[in-house]
Unconditional design. Sequence first.
Length: 647
Amino acid sequence: MKVGSDIRIGQITPEVDCGEFTVKRIMGETCSVDATIFRYGHESLACSVKWRKIGERRFFDAPMKLINPGLDRWSGQFPLTDNARYEFLIEAWTDRYAAWLAELKKRVEANQAKEVASILLEGVNLCEELARAATGSHRKEILRLIADLRRPNQLPQHVVDIAERRELLTTIRRLQQKQEGNMKPRQVISDRPRARFGAWYEMFVRSQGSVTGRSGTLRDAELRLEDVSAMGFDVVYLAPIHPIGHTNRKGRDNDLKAGPGDPGSPWAIGNQDGGHTAIDPALGTIEDFDHFVMAAKQRGMEVAMDFAIQCSPDHPWVNEHPDWFYKRPDGTIKYAENPPKQYEDTYPINFDTKDWKNLWRELKRVIVFWVGHGVKIFRVDNPHTKPLRFWRWLIDDIQGDHPEVIFLSEAFTRPPMMQALAKIGFTQSYTYFTWRNTKAELTDYLTELIQPEMQDYFRPNFFVNTPDILPEILQRGGQPAFKLRLILAATLSPSYGIYSGFELCENEAKPGTEEYKDSEKYQIKVRDWNRAGNIKAFIQRVNAIRRENPALHYFSNLRFYGSDNDQILFYCKRTVDRSNSILIAANLDPFHPQACTVHVPLGEFGLKNGAKFKVSDLLTGADYVWSDTNYVRLDPNVEPAHVLRLA
């Protein structure tokens, strides 16, 4: 990008698609800005990064430093003090004063009196130009400098000392800065910390009761919050809680005919009791919901809601806004399909409707309604089936008024679409982690996600299972597989989640599928949450380890290290200052003990070759003395992993 007439700025970081999309960062961090900046000839340059919160008039600025002269690479920083959207730009200008001062110092050091006198006159001419552009105290300061440069019979070094005073350089920097243009601003969203780090627990409210065949209520679900909190979760994510349609209601295991007591799928939203801003009367009232949100908050948790843009045939919108739906030639409305799956109980929304403005406004109203009831996190169902331009508008508009709101994209689709959704504003994204099991698969996929360009916009959330997905490894691997996948999700990614029943190691699937047998999507389940074989204590320990170790709060610090067994994944996370370093060795085989030699690059930890150091296993409490090469044996029936903290 050209600046002024001679200066070029390029290779700016951070930026997403040449500044088209917003960069993601976390409140309290510093945003580092680097760029390649140069001009022809040998003139000196000066650069600064300028920033402000969106909507503010005044820019703040900080000098950029030349960090790589050979590549003309400059770097600067600005603080992200608030949960808000920021914009920044880079200013660069020819620093004539710096060039003059450098020449003066060179001549003074060489004791070239004649040349010094000439250069002082050049300085006077330059400062007179600056004075004409200055006002107030700045002008007075420049005029004093001119007088000093003209004063006869003074020591040359004294003139140098005057000319390079810090306060004077700051003033001249400001004056010169006004003489050149700047680049197009880039935007940065400074999200709150929950956008980066958190453990999610998904539940169906109706399955939190204790009587078989009777729907649990929000008050019943509130009683379970103590259990969920004790396991160390930060977010309670509720499957849809809205009224469920009667027309084409699904029966058990997705049967096309519902029985008398079948509650239907919560994703078939809407009936005579209301739509997306209503609560199923079987679950309670809006006052019960408010009480639930407050009870979660008192236990240090937030409530996330499901935002599913679809309707049952009984939804009020079907009669009020028929143009929002797809029509067949005979005038009937098409139901939803995702071949080979068919959803006869739901209607998809037609975003190509001529009434799209009212549709968009109504969907925004739904989000604003629930924000007003304390919900600041939304898991969005299948966002890849709706227009990107809609999501960009909605997220920008909501976060403009409510920057604390977090949107999680549930888009199990092609990589370009998943990435596009993250670029246009989704705070977090579901990933392919659910299907990555081997050492090569995990290493390749995670290495892709931690690339710098991905880090600027894509934040993963590793769900180990969902109501739609019971991975094969959990079906076959029993309790060791559940513990293994939890360890991987919880230590590889700062954000991860489980769907309720995971703590009970529920793994019975419909044969030949990843679908749960007797799926909770179509029936009410009553569980004994403390039954034998549960891994609640293990989950509690893992979540405590996550909270207690800042290295696990970040994603970009992931590093894979060598192990000579393809069944053992060995990786590290550490803080920048090395005050917290975690080494994880995980046995990917849930059926057999595995052993290997793992290699630790000691230099990365500030240790000399051959040094020995103490590590403590945070899962078992055992201590070991390690060096650069170490023997590891992991029995999945004991513990599937070492989670080691360096002393």
